[in-house]
Design a protein around this ligand. Structure first.
Ligand code: THU
Length: 160
């Protein structure tokens, strides 16, 4: 028997059409692109988290000449949240990117590994993380939970 899955998300055309808190979170992520260390790919990524107590945390990608050691922006900021605010759920995450090669005019999605890490943070607090994605310009995609980007996810429950 065949099954299908429906994924709900919003497309917002302009930053000004986001609610104020979301707009400012995306702008903070955008500002943080300057702090990315991406000399090898030229692809800067920034992720801004808003915790449920209103705290905002920022992460950017940090590359290494030993390419396999490159760290993604999302995982950096989530590790910081876990290390310093381990009791506080994450309410929202805004992700953006900028490339030295071309204008990024479409939303940039977190890589599979980052989706898995975001999913663990949702699970550990049993609190959905709203995900906002935008390139340097263009549409903003909004997902109410990382599970919309990572259906059939692997989790601690699977370990028994
Ligand atoms: N990158 C991120 O920071 N997050 C992602 O979700 C995808 C990729 C970074 C890693 C690397 O520094 C650069 O983007 C190009 O892959």
């Amino acid at each position: 028997m065949q099954h299908s899955l429906e994924i709900k998300y919003q497309i917002i055309s302009h930053l000004k059409d986001l609610e104020e808190g979301e707009q400012s979170l995306m702008l903070k992520a955008r500002e943080a692109l300057d702090n990315a260390y991406a000399p090898y790919s030229g692809f800067a990524v920034a992720a801004a988290l808003e915790l449920t107590d209103g705290t905002v945390l920022i992460g950017t990608n940090q590359e290494n000449a030993s390419y396999g050691l490159c760290l993604c922006a999302e995982q950096n900021v989530l590790a910081h949240a876990g290390a310093n605010f381990h009791d506080t759920p994450i309410r929202k995450m805004a992700i953006t990117a900028r490339s030295s090669l071309r204008i990024i005019d479409h939303p940039i999605s977190p890589c599979g590994a980052c989706r898995q890490v975001i999913s663990e943070h949702e699970d550990r607090h049993a609190y959905p993380i709203k995900i906002l994605l935008q390139g340097e310009k263009g549409d903003i995609l909004i997902f109410d939970s990382i599970k919309d980007l990572l259906p059939f996810s692997f989790s601690g429950n699977d370990l028994g």
